[in-house]
Design a protein around this ligand. Structure first.
Ligand SMILES: Nc1nc2c(ncn2[C@@H]2O[C@H](COP(=O)(O)OP(=O)(O)OP(=O)(O)O)[C@@H](O)[C@H]2O)c(=O)[nH]1
Ligand SMILES: [Zn+2]
Length: 208
């Protein structure tokens, strides 16, 4: 549990009182009134309950510890010394400013140092951080730094590209604009050559 709390972007659990289901549903009912709709009409009667359930699922990253996902490692495959890259990891997150979706993909690579991790675990780490309120910069750094700290490879490279619905659906209303962020740790941090190789491999495709 301590490890979970350490990885959370919040102060400390003692500062926070988790609301009851009834309190959450009342808050959602207030939001329904804020839209101008009538929470008593038939179609909206169960909406507070459904939204509370949906929030539990969309924000389940607060209850998960990325260290657990990265804890099970395998000995490096003999003879393989190069980068391991999992690209096009699709994710959904929510921006911490407006609580509306961020939709994008993450590309995660690392240079193994003795141990490798199951490929799905890289995507799980992305999802854990995506399922919290985020800025794209923070999420990118959290994914890279967590893999670096727990797996301790020679280096980690993470690139995230995403569309922020708060820029598409409201405010400036620029549909299709995407934000690119990157974090390079370990040997990647000081090696433009490795960063370029990572980006070159990301663009490499054997698909027709
Ligand atoms: N750096 C960064 N900014 C973000 C991210 N998600 C949303 N934002 C921006 O956060 C800013 C919040 O700006 P504010 O002026 O406080 O809020 P606002 O009046 O709703 O801003 P507008 O979106 O310009 O209408 C906006 O410029 C958003 O585009 C993110 O992941 N990273
Ligand atoms: Zn936003």
């Amino acid at each position: 549990m301590d490890a979970v709390l350490k990885s959370l972007p919040i102060r400390s659990s003692s500062d926070l009182k988790r609301p009851t289901q009834a309190e959450v549903e009342a808050a959602i009912r207030t939001l329904l009134l804020w839209t101008g709709d009538n929470p008593e009409r038939e179609g909206l009667l169960d909406t507070p309950m459904r939204v509370a359930k949906a929030y539990k699922e969309m924000f389940d990253g607060y209850n998960k510890d990325p260290a657990e996902e990265l804890g099970r490692t395998f000995e490096e495959v003999e003879g393989y010394k190069d980068m391991v890259i999992e690209r096009d990891i699709l994710f959904h997150s929510h921006c911490e400013h407006h609580m509306v979706p961020i939709i994008g993909r993450a590309h995660v690579g690392y240079l193994p140092e003795g141990r490798v991790v199951g490929l799905s675990k890289l995507a799980r780490v992305v999802d854990i951080f995506a399922h919290r309120l985020q800025t794209q910069e923070a999420m990118t750094a959290q994914v890279a730094n967590t893999i670096q700290d727990i797996l301790k490879p020679k280096g980690v490279a993470v690139i995230v590209e995403a569309e922020h619905m708060c820029m598409a659906m409201r405010g400036i209303r620029k549909q299709g604009a995407t934000t690119l962020t990157s974090t390079f740790t370990g040997v990647f941090a000081d090696s433009p050559e490795d960063q370029i190789r990572f980006m070159t491999l990301l663009r490499t495709s054997t698909k027709a």
